[in-house]
Design a protein around this ligand. Structure first.
Ligand code: SAM
Ligand code: SF4
Ligand code: SF4
Length: 362
């Protein structure tokens, strides 16, 4: 057993009796939130060391990443995803770590794309997208979100901390567009004092024209995920400050969500040239509409990004439990969910030991 930051928990102690759930239909938690999104982390590894996610000081050469045998196989992921879909999930996002590092990821996309009625997307740092955009699209991927924290090379390299050039990510975004994965969502985590000077350049670059809307940049408040990024509240730039800054130069107006529970708050350019989003997980908690479940790289189910422990579904799979039993476990876990971390965040909770985002899936 390697020295993981995640304590292993015994499934028998955390999953209530399977008879507590009738194993059919969609699921509501204790706050009436329906389970509808599933994020699947396909690897805990990454070729970047973004300062806000996998700082080098913690994720160094000796970091004990999961051995291959601990990862869920594609067949195991597919089986769990199918059961989630049967219980109401309609959106699946592949993430990580860096999902494009998982060998033959297109094969998994192809398998998941056969699930009825789902929206299938992926979040990537874009480093391998130029090479993989077409094959991902051909395998059935519908859309892609690319993380990009600055357009100027020096700032971008400082954020990824592995000296990766921004031009290759921009090539990846272009390849995604050419492959039919547009509009691309571009995620920028804003860390005050590190890349906040890059906000306007980012907005200008991706703003479209009246006839051709651009890609959609979403400015994300820097969060206290995991236990290694040394998060401090004064390094968070609020979404309202971001909107104010952009609005001064390129007037914006608020628009409604695309669907109930959408995480990003949407703003469109008044001149009709597209939109931006802001994700305000720190300054405006959206727990009351949080419908997301997360499946970690080694098959644990987490019901909150800030959870301290998960539910070991891999143990059920590998113990030969039936679909009905596993589906019942999903129901039982979601049925007792009461998470609302962002609503109750304090300096004390921020300092607590939490699951790393690269493992649980962002
Ligand atoms: N490696 C892929 C990528 O970077 O897109 C997928 C995994 S990454 C953990 C998913 C998303 O989480 C990225 O958009 C990243 O910027 C975001 N993220 C990571 N750490 C964060 C933090 N501390 N605060 C806010 N967002 C964060
Ligand atoms: Fe890797 Fe994505 Fe985390 Fe950056 S945000 S270190 S690219 S997993
Ligand atoms: Fe959902 Fe947890 Fe984030 Fe609240 S803090 S929105 S419950 S993931």
């Amino acid at each position: 057993m390697n020295n993981l930051v995640i304590p292993l928990t015994d499934i028998r102690s955390i999953i209530p009796p399977i008879s507590g759930d009738d194993s059919s239909g969609s699921l509501k938690d204790t706050r009436g939130r329906v389970m509808s999104d599933l994020r699947i982390s396909v690897t805990d590894r990454c070729n970047f060391r973004c300062v806000y996610c996998m700082p080098k000081t913690v994720f160094g050469r000796d970091y004990p990443f999961l051995p291959h045998g601990d990862l869920l196989s594609f067949e195991e992921i597919f089986r769990i995803a199918r059961l989630f879909v049967e219980r109401g999930v309609s959106k699946i996002r592949l993430t990580g770590g860096e999902p494009l590092l998982r060998r033959n990821i297109e094969k998994l996309v192809e398998m998941l794309a056969t699930l009825p009625g789902i929206e299938l997307t992926l979040t990537t740092n874009g480093s391998l997208l130029r090479k993989k955009a077409q094959s991902l699209h051909d395998a059935g991927l519908q859309r892609v979100t690319v993380s990009l924290d600055a357009l100027d090379d020096a700032t971008f390299r400082k954020m990824n901390d592995v000296d990766f050039p921004v031009s290759q990510v921009l090539d990846g975004i272009a390849a995604a567009e050419a492959a039919g994965l547009a509009p691309v969502k571009v995620n920028m985590v804003v860390k005050r004092g590190t890349n906040d000077h890059a906000i306007l350049q980012m907005a200008r670059h991706f703003k479209g024209s009246v006839t051709k809307p651009g890609h959609i940049v979403r400015f994300i408040e820097y969060m206290d995920v995991g236990s290694s990024n040394g998060w401090k509240l004064d390094e968070v730039l609020s979404s309202s400050a971001v909107v104010g800054l952009i609005n001064n130069e390129m007037p914006l107006e608020a628009i409604g969500p695309n669907y109930p529970g959408e995480v990003a708050e949407r703003w469109r350019y008044q001149d009709g040239s597209g939109e931006i989003g802001v994700i305000s997980s720190v300054t405006q908690a959206f727990c009351s509409s949080c419908t997301r479940a997360r499946l970690s790289t080694e098959g644990k189910l987490y019901t909150c990004l800030f959870a301290q422990s998960g539910h070991d579904l891999r143990a059920l799979l590998r113990a030969g439990r039936s679909d009905t039993e596993i589906s019942g476990a999903l129901g039982a876990i979601w049925g007792v969910r009461s998470d609302r971390y962002s609503e109750i965040r304090t300096a004390e909770t921020a300092a607590q030991k939490k699951i790393e985002m690269s493992y649980i899936g962002g």
